[in-house]
Design a protein around this ligand. Structure first.
Ligand code: TEU
Length: 564
């Protein structure tokens, strides 16, 4: 549905004209279904977010990023979009969206929304038209339909696998097959079709006209494909280098698309921004982050790393260099809606890559996790301690920090979800090999009682274990030691301190301790090991654990400045 907007707004006067805000922003990701439920149906909604604007302002963030809120059958938590220019009626209306934008802007908070261009929902009008119109039609040409192989075409065109597990082709009643690199309900669009390209420009303008400040671009490296015959087999595909000519991923020609998007962004004042979700080789990053393209790209290196000084330092050095090559700023992410929360990752003896639900809890209470064939016991206290230290380290870096809802409450991954309650298609499609991503998508606890700890008045769409009450906002507010208070302090201070984008490493003489200086004014010190570190004659501005007599304990971060 298209509607003319009447209430376009920009963020408050202090920031409205700032065209570089995205370079060093704190962006808070909201997963709308699980943030706050105002209408009591068990699903979070836009009005629920409107009710929490004060909370967001007090947190001290610069922008929110809203995961998809569009009409969707929720086959992939909303990343299966049935209409790119409307709001899911269960989540609200376009008028609610406009009100949310006005209210966030009034508090100086910008609004970034998720654009999902690689695939639509199978409920999208276009896909329904493609099914009805039949082989050879223009309607089918917007997607990737092929005849099957083998007798009667009963075999898929190739043996490719979907990223969510299982085959990547689905057969339709007339015998043709369509490509879906994710779930069956997410048919891939054909980006060589001019109507596909035009329609997304229209979608970008639609939301930019409504005051949207920026866009997070889902799987930005996958849109364009070379599906000329003969198609490679899965084994052949695995041998093709990622040099810009791979048939499916990270093709050079995708940047022709983003060049046209950039023209749209630049029609606005201030220009709209974008950040690419592109899982590509680091050397290819600057293409996405180029000012001629999307302008910024997610760097998931910290999210994939252990809590380890050497790994963190290498990642920071490499990514600052990459960002400099594109003229962009770096981004930092520890948690999002696709990975096990960082408090839990760091509480496992060898966290490694437990993101994307890899591994599964091996007891009902999430005390032990099975990763590969090794069982690991979760230490929640250690995990939470390291998570705070890592967050404060990240928030001190030059560039933009992306936070995921609930990390400010010190939330752990929820393991207590039965197979029947699981919603993520990666769980069903991978036949239970891993549990999928529901454990980080459980509704937030706002208070200690009620049917959903203040999330709403109905039972939540994913179950909340009783321990979540300990993390409730109402329990943490006003508590000097709480993780929420710690996030608020750190983000308030960041707003005061962050000026330039420089970083200078300071030698600590200890391989487990990292220390860097910002603008010759303040420093960030992190102890990754158990050993404490003497801060000497420095003022502690904020710390993730108490500093006594100038001693920073192990597994902690402090921001410090020379004593005045
Ligand atoms: O994710 C892209 C992606 O490839 C992975 O992070 C994905 O989550 C993983 O392979 C699953 O195991 C984006 C979105 O962030 C994700 O939520 C969507 O499911 C996906 O695209 C499809 O739209």
């Amino acid at each position: 549905m298209d509607a003319v907007t009447t209430s376009v707004s920009t963020p408050g006067p202090r920031t409205a004209t700032d065209t570089t805000w995205w370079r060093q922003a704190v962006v808070y990701q909201i997963y709308p279904r699980s943030f706050s439920d105002a209408d009591g149906d068990g699903l979070g909604d836009l009005r629920g977010i409107i009710d929490k604007v004060d909370y967001l302002a007090e947190l001290g963030i610069d922008a929110v990023w809203l995961s998809p809120f569009y009409p969707s059958e929720l086959a992939d938590g909303g990343y299966d979009v049935a209409d790119y220019r409307d709001v899911d009626p269960r989540l609200g209306t376009l008028a609610d969206f406009d009100e949310l934008v006005v209210k966030l802007h009034a508090r100086g908070i910008r609004v970034v929304i998720d654009i999902v261009p690689n695939h639509t929902s199978d409920q999208h009008d276009w896909f329904q038209e493609a099914l009805a119109a039949g082989p050879g039609s223009n309607e089918r040409a917007r997607y990737i339909f092929r005849d099957g192989t083998g007798p009667d075409g009963a075999q898929p065109p190739t043996d490719w696998e979907s990223f969510f597990g299982g085959g990547a082709w689905e057969r339709v009643p007339d015998g043709q097959w369509y490509l879906h690199l994710f779930a069956v309900e997410q048919p891939d669009l054909d980006w060589s079709h001019p109507e596909v390209r035009e329609d997304f420009l229209r979608t970008l303008r639609f939301w930019a006209d409504r005051g949207t400040d920026g866009f997070r671009v889902d799987v930005a490296h996958m849109l364009t494909k070379d599906l000329s015959e003969p198609l490679p087999t899965r084994a052949e595909l695995a041998d093709i280098p990622f040099d810009g000519n791979h048939p499916l991923l990270d093709r050079d020609d995708v940047h022709e698309v983003y060049a046209t998007w950039r023209e749209v962004f630049d029609e606005y004042d201030p220009p709209r921004t974008a950040v690419a979700e592109a899982w590509v080789h680091p050397s290819r990053f600057p293409l996405y982050a180029s000012p001629k393209g999307l302008g910024q790209a997610f760097n998931f290196d910290l999210l994939e790393a252990d809590f380890d000084a050497h790994q963190f330092r290498t990642i920071v050095t490499d990514n600052l260099a990459l960002a400099a090559r594109s003229g962009s700023s770096s981004t930092w992410v520890l948690s999002n809606h696709d990975v096990v929360r960082h408090a839990t990752r760091y509480g496992l003896p060898r966290p490694g890559r437990v993101g994307e639900g890899a591994g599964r809890p091996s007891d009902r209470h999430g005390r032990a996790w099975l990763l590969g064939d090794a069982e690991q016991v979760l230490d929640r206290v250690v995990g939470a301690r390291r998570a705070r230290a890592a967050t404060l380290f990240m928030a001190g870096l030059p560039g933009s920090a992306y936070l995921y809802q609930g990390e400010e409450l010190g939330l752990h991954e929820v393991a207590e979800i039965s197979d029947e309650q699981r919603q993520d298609p990666t769980f069903s499609r991978r036949k239970g090999l891993d549990v999928g991503r529901d454990g980080c998508r459980v509704p937030l606890p706002w208070s200690t009682d009620g049917p959903s700890f203040g999330f709403g008045t109905a039972p939540p769409h994913l179950p909340q274990p009783s321990w979540m009450a300990v993390h409730a906002v109402s329990r943490q507010e006003g508590h000097p030691e709480s993780t929420l208070t710690f996030y608020r302090q750190a983000l308030a201070l960041r707003r005061e301190l962050v000026a330039g984008e420089d970083l200078t490493w300071v030698d600590t003489g200890d391989p487990d301790v990292l220390r860097f200086r910002r603008h010759d004014a303040w420093e960030v010190v992190t102890t990754f090991g158990a050993q404490p570190y003497a801060l000497g004659d420095l003022d502690v501005l904020v710390s993730s654990r108490p500093v006594v007599d100038g001693i920073l304990p192990g597994e902690a971060t402090a921001w410090v400045s020379p004593r005045a």
